[in-house]
Design a protein around this ligand. Structure first.
Ligand code: ADP
Ligand code: SF4
Length: 691
């Protein structure tokens, strides 16, 4: 029997890429993950899960293709020599398990590679200081003709290694300011006067030569894609959208596919706070008509309707996804099966990016199994079987409690969730109402929807539980996920004991702002938390009519958001709203009609008059019920209680991703064999070479 046509069928049409055919239009564009060359099996298994989830094309992250250009301290992949082949071959193999095309992104970082590990002199089209996140005090040497010939040969060598490793596609990286092709194309970084500089045709010469060299090596079995910047957004000299279109028209048949990515990485992977889904549409629209080759573009696509529109309107041939494929590796299969409500939509928080920026292990707020597929054997769609016990009471319905409930429900436990408030969702339900954070609500919407489908889950709102009540209920396991509250005493990093105060100035916290209890007049927001909340509170107050000064001991507003690629945007945004930004400054004390500021470096003091202060400093876990329960431990056996656990913000306040991870881990580990002192995950240790 024929299946009824679906509005999404167009997304499952096969599309040719050079000599190859992708089975559908779902294209996982290259993305970092924090694992890189340090954790090759973890990174490979993560890509394998995408294959299982139905992606037609799956790429590696950026792969350093020669030792003379590396991006220490960042951990991506390496293909410097033959001994690097086995670990990336493992990734290619995992990618191809379900019929996806396996792609590798080759990067020669040029002006973006400081070479802190290899100590080689960086090579770039022109001699300029290295351009990285870290302002390294290193200058690149301008490549001479021999260097260009060498680099062409190194690309050919890398292509040969990619073929040996089993890849189908090679993406040449020339976007985000990171790859040498962009450095040649842009007049900002290519100030040469020879045949590789000047006119657009000259600036295109290098990429044309490299692609021709590589085609000689790879023959007809592989395809070459080119990732180019849609608009460099660095002023007049930058590679503009208009010039980019001229470049595509001039080189229409050069690659087998055009991979389009916006300006800097910050532009391309903007958080939902500042960028909507499909934000790059106007930059991409029309490019497809300039070439006969297929086009892939990104835009944090999670809506199948938007994806269909992109294809039907001829904007894109492939739906490029990095973050949506992280949040839900099974996105294609869910669309294919018509399970639209089961899509775990990316919330655009960019916590995944922090894995790369900090070289930790990648985390995803929505998908706690990300990068744990190999380490802990976690699958995003399947839980481990149920253990010996049967019932679990979860106290608190924030991200930790809801994720724990969802994991346990899938394992087959009887689960009850008790929530003190009338709305489920904990901090997410409060924070989603703050300026720019609406999409974060998906953390709760997804889980509540799933839980409501299950007959082994009971959800109780308006149910603030006490230890006595919990003991009476008779659940075998009690998981306390009662969250946290913001401190009103200023304790964080500058002040490890309460901030001195005259006790007169009205003091507020983010909890007050979220409860709509707002100060007015001139309000000082003191941010010693350094993630998003200080800036968001400042914006909320401006929108409510206050005059706002944001004071922070850090050199940057919302300092930690440098790791989520939004710090510059936050600064610009708050400045445009008229927020007075006072950096490198703490608050020594709260007076009667203002605060006393203190320079972070010199401790020089000065008064700042204000009507109120909002302390965005730190949070304290709400562990009262847990402690009361522990005090009654002797009564557990009679009450039938086998375990009482404290998870999420109640145990240790942290970003939402930490809470979903804690909830997931609780659900996985329940009834498991005790680990004792063993490491809770697998890891790879560098093999020793002969001494
Ligand atoms: P997390 O991020 O760890 O999930 P949240 O602060 O988002 O934490 O959520 C904790 C939730 O627990 C809040 O909605 C809060 O109302 C609820 N809660 C706190 N104490 C109790 C209690 N004693 N009984 C039921 N719910 C509680
Ligand atoms: Fe999306 Fe946030 Fe997950 Fe990244 S961490 S994929 S932005 S939900």
């Amino acid at each position: 029997m024929l299946a009824a046509p679906s509005p999404y069928d167009v997304l499952f049409e096969p599309v040719r890429i050079g000599p190859l055919t992708a089975k559908n239009r779902f294209y996982q564009v290259p993305h970092c993950n924090g694992g890189g060359y340090r954790d090759p099996s973890a990174a490979a298994a993560m890509r394998g899960i995408k294959a299982e989830g139905g992606w037609g094309v799956i790429f590696t992250e950026q792969t350093e293709m020669h030792h003379s250009s590396e991006i220490t301290p960042f951990i991506e992949l390496r293909l410097w020599e033959d001994q690097d082949i086995p670990s990336i071959a493992r990734m290619a193999e995992a990618m191809k398990t379900h019929g996806a095309l396996a792609g590798i992104q080759l990067a020669y970082s040029g002006i973006n590679g400081p070479n802190m590990y290899t100590k080689e002199v960086p090579l770039a089209p022109s001699a300029l200081p290295i351009r990285t996140f870290t302002n390294d005090p290193v200058t690149a040497r301008a490549m001479d003709k021999k260097d260009i010939a060498d680099l062409r040969r190194w690309f050919a060598n890398a292509a040969r290694r990619c073929r040996t490793a089993g890849f189908d596609l090679i993406c040449l990286y020339g976007a985000h300011g990171f790859g040498i092709f962009q450095h040649f194309l842009s007049r900002a970084t290519n100030q040469r006067t020879d045949e590789y500089g000047g006119s657009l045709e000259n600036r295109s010469r290098f990429v044309r030569e490299v692609i021709a060299d590589m085609r000689d090596v790879i023959g007809d079995a592989m395809a070459i894609t080119l990732r180019v910047s849609l608009d460099e957004t660095i002023g007049d000299l930058g590679f503009s959208n208009a010039e980019m279109r001229d470049f595509v028209a001039m080189n229409a048949d050069l690659p087998d596919l055009w991979d389009l990515a916006h300006g800097a990485w910050e532009d391309c992977s903007g958080p939902s706070r500042f960028k909507e889904e499909a934000a790059q549409e106007s930059l991409v629209r029309g490019i497809r008509a300039l070439s006969s080759k297929p086009v892939v573009g990104v835009g944090r696509f999670t809506s199948p309707d938007t994806m269909v529109r992109m294809v039907r309107q001829g904007v894109l041939d492939f739906i490029g996804c990095a973050r949506p494929s992280i949040a839900d590796p099974f996105l294609p299969n869910k669309i294919a099966e018509g399970r639209i409500d089961d899509i775990r939509e990316c919330i655009g928080c960019n916590i995944c990016v922090t894995g790369d920026m900090i070289q930790g292990m990648g985390r995803c707020t929505q998908n706690p199994t990300w990068m744990e597929e190999w380490r802990r054997g976690w699958h995003p769609e399947r839980m481990n079987p149920k253990g010996d016990s049967d019932s679990v009471l979860i106290v608190g319905s924030g991200p930790a409690g809801l994720e724990a409930a969802w994991g346990l429900a899938r394992r087959g436990y009887q689960v009850a969730v008790a929530e003190a408030r009338s709305a489920f969702g904990g901090r997410v339900t409060l924070e989603r109402a703050l300026p720019g954070l609406a999409a974060w609500g998906r953390v709760v919407d997804y889980r509540l929807y799933q839980l409501r489908q299950r007959d082994n889950v009971q959800l109780y709102a308006d149910s603030p539980l006490t230890a006595d009540e919990i003991l009476e209920f008779g659940f075998q396991h009690v998981c306390v996920a009662t969250g946290s509250h913001w401190r009103s005493d200023g304790v964080a990093r500058q002040h490890v004991v309460p901030i001195p105060t005259a006790g007169v100035l009205p003091v507020f916290t983010p909890d007050d702002i979220m409860a709509n209890t707002l100060p007015s007049g001139h309000v000082v927001v003191f941010d010693d938390d350094h993630f998003y909340m200080g800036g968001v509170v400042a914006e909320a107050l401006v929108r409510a009519g206050a005059t706002v000064t944001l004071v922070t001991p850090a050199p940057y507003v919302s300092d930690w958001t440098r790791n989520t690629l939004e710090q510059g945007t936050i600064h610009r945004h708050l400045a445009s709203l008229g927020v007075d930004l006072v950096l490198n400054t703490g608050i020594a004390s709260l007076g009667t009609d203002g605060v006393e500021l203190a320079c972070t470096y010199t401790d020089a003091r000065r008064p700042l008059g204000c009507d109120a202060v909002v302390l965005v400093t730190s949070r304290t876990g709400e562990d009262g019920v847990y402690r009361e329960l522990l005090a009654r431990e002797a009564a557990f056996a009679d009450a039938g209680i086998l375990s009482v656990s404290l998870i999420g913000d109640a145990a240790a306040p942290a970003p939402i991703a930490w809470a979903t991870f804690a909830g997931h881990r609780y659900a996985r580990d329940l009834d498991g064999a005790p680990l004792g002192d063993a490491l809770p995950f697998r890891r790879e240790v560098t093999a020793l070479a002969p001494a």
